[in-house]
Design a protein around this ligand. Structure first.
Ligand SMILES: NC(=O)c1ccc[n+]([C@@H]2O[C@H](COP(=O)([O-])OP(=O)(O)OC[C@H]3O[C@@H](n4cnc5c(N)ncnc54)[C@H](O)[C@@H]3O)[C@@H](O)[C@H]2O)c1
Length: 389
C-alpha cells in the first residue's frame, strides 16, 4: 500500500505536526504540511531549519542530508494541496467537532485509497471516523512528544478500520525507525491509560501527608529507577496538559474512580501554575526559590515505590485483561513511550504476583474505595500460580 515514494500529508504544523513531518521527510518521503494559520506554518518552517542545523552542527546528519530533508517538505496554506497524498496524518487542535469537520472535508478531496490518520491523544478514532463516508480507511497513528526523539508510536484502528490498513500503517511507521504497538480504541490507548497511577497515586500519597513531593520524587528515582519523579514530570509536562489528560480519561471511562483526578492538581491549573513553563507548578522555579530536601528514609521510600508501582502494574494487568493490547505491546509501550525502566508486566513477574495482590488487597480493605480494586487478571494469575511471561 505504501512505498518510499508515498507522499505524506500533515494537517497542523504545531509541536506534533512539525515533528512528524520531519520524521517522514527524514525517511525520504515527500511531505506536505498544511495549517490554517500562516504564522504557525512560518514558525514550523523556521523551527525545522533550526533543528536540522543543530543536527548538522552535532554531526548527526550531513549538509547534503539536511538539504534533502528540507527539499522533501512543502508548507502549504490550502487543504486542497493534499489531494495527491497517500497518507494524511492530522495533528490539529484536540477538539472532536473540529477534527470531524476537517476529516469530512479532507475525504472529499483525496484519492479513494488515501489513508486518513489522526494523532489524537484522547479522542475516539471511531468517533472521528464517523465523519467520513469510508470510515474503514481512518486510523489513529499516535506519536509521542517530541516526535523526532520518542521511539514509540501507537497504532489505533477504529471499529471499522480494515486489517490491510492496520498492517500497512504499522509497516510504514516501522520503516521510519519507530517502534509500533497496536492498541484498541479505548480512552488513553495504552500509555496515557497505564501511566495514570504514576501521577494519581503520587498525588494521593502527597495529599494524605504520607510524604512530601521531593521525597516522593526522590523515592521513585532512587529506589524505583524511574528517570523523573511524578511531581517533576507533571511540572514538565504542564498541568494544562497532564491534568486534562487525566480528566478526559476519567470522564471517558464513565467516572471510574480508578482514574479520578486530584484536587491539588486542579487548583494549580486554576491558579495558572502550569509547571516549569510558567515558572511555578508543584515546585517553584524562581532562581531564589527554596526547595525542601527529600526525607531519605529507605523504608518510607520503598513503601512509596511499592504503592505507586503496584497500582501501575494493576492498570497494566487490566489493560491486558480487557484486551486493549498484547502483553508485549503493553510492556514495550511503557518503556519506549515514557521511558519506564522495565515493562510493568515483566516487573510484576520479578517482584512476585502474590506480593502485589496482597498489598493491593490491603489498600482496598483499608480505604474501601473501588479505586484500589485488584485486576481480575492479577487475581487469576495469583490463584493459578501463573506469571505474565
Ligand atoms: N503535544 C503533545 O504532547 C501531544 C502528544 C501526542 C499527541 N498530541 C496530539 O496531537 C495533536 C496536535 O497537538 P499539538 O501539541 O501539536 O498542538 P499545537 O497547538 O502545537 O498545534 C496545532 C496546530 O494545528 C493548527 N490548526 C488548528 N485547527 C486547525 C484546522 N482546522 N486546520 C488546520 N490546522 C489547524 C494550529 O494552527 C496549530 O498550528 C492533538 O490532537 C494532540 O492531542 C499531542
Amino acid at each position: 500500500m505504501f512505498t518510499k515514494k508515498s507522499t505524506i500529508g500533515i494537517i497542523g504544523s504545531g509541536a506534533m505536526g512539525s515533528g512528524i513531518a520531519q520524521v517522514a521527510a527524514t525517511a525520504s518521503h515527500k511531505v506536505i504540511v498544511y495549517d490554517n494559520n500562516k504564522d504557525s506554518l512560518a514558525k514550523a518552517e523556521n523551527n525545522l531549519k533550526a533543528s536540522l542545523t543543530k543536527l548538522v552542527e552535532k554531526q548527526k546528519i550531513t549538509i547534503d542530508i539536511q538539504k534533502e530533508i528540507l527539499s522533501n517538505i512543502n508548507f502549504v496554506s490550502s487543504l486542497n494541496e493534499l489531494a495527491n497524498c497517500n497518507l494524511v496524518i492530522e495533528a490539529i487542535v484536540e477538539k472532536l467537532e473540529i477534527k470531524k469537520s476537517v476529516f469530512s472535508e479532507l475525504e472529499k478531496l483525496v484519492k479513494e485509497d488515501c489513508v486518513l490518520a489522526s494523532n489524537t491523544s484522547s479522542l475516539s478514532i471511531t468517533s472521528i471516523a464517523s465523519s467520513c463516508t469510508k470510515p474503514e480507511r481512518v486510523i489513529g497513528i499516535h506519536f509521542f512528544n517530541p516526535a523526532t526523539l520518542m521511539p514509540l508510536v501507537e497504532i489505533i484502528p477504529g471499529i471499522a478500520t480494515t486489517d490491510a490498513i492496520i498492517t500497512a500503517c504499522k509497516n510504514l511507521i516501522d520503516t521510519w525507525g519507530k517502534t509500533t504497538v497496536i492498541a484498541k480504541d479505548t480512552p488513553g490507548f495504552i500509555v496515557n491509560r497505564v501511566a495514570r497511577p504514576f501521577y494519581s497515586e503520587a498525588l494521593r500519597i502527597y495529599e494524605e501527608g504520607i510524604a512530601d513531593m521531593p521525597t516522593i520524587d526522590w523515592a521513585m528515582k532512587e529506589i524505583g529507577g524511574f528517570k523523573m519523579g511524578p511531581f517533576e514530570l507533571m511540572d514538565l509536562i504542564g498541568h494544562d496538559v497532564n491534568y486534562i489528560v487525566t480528566e478526559t480519561v476519567w470522564t471517558q471511562f464513565y467516572f471510574d474512580p480508578k482514574f479520578k483526578p486530584a484536587l491539588s492538581q486542579k487548583r494549580l491549573l486554576e491558579a495558572g501554575f502550569l509547571g516549569k513553563k510558567s515558572g511555578r507548578g508543584f515546585y517553584n522555579y524562581a532562581a531564589d526559590a527554596k526547595i525542601n530536601e527529600p526525607v531519605k528514609d529507605i523504608e518510607l521510600g520503598k513503601t512509596i515505590v511499592r504503592r505507586i508501582l503496584f497500582m501501575l502494574i494493576n492498570e497494566a494487568a487490566d489493560t491486558l485483561y480487557l484486551k486493549v493490547a498484547s502483553r508485549d505491546d503493553i510492556d514495550m509501550a511503557m518503556t519506549k513511550g515514557v521511558n519506564y525502566p522495565k515493562g510493568l508486566l515483566k516487573w510484576a513477574d520479578e517482584l512476585g504476583i502474590p506480593l502485589i495482590v496482597k498489598e493491593l488487597t490491603g489498600l482496598k480493605d483499608f480505604y474501601e474505595e473501588d479505586r484500589y480494586r485488584v485486576s481480575p487478571l492479577l487475581k487469576q494469575n495469583f490463584i493459578m500460580k501463573k506469571t505474565f511471561y
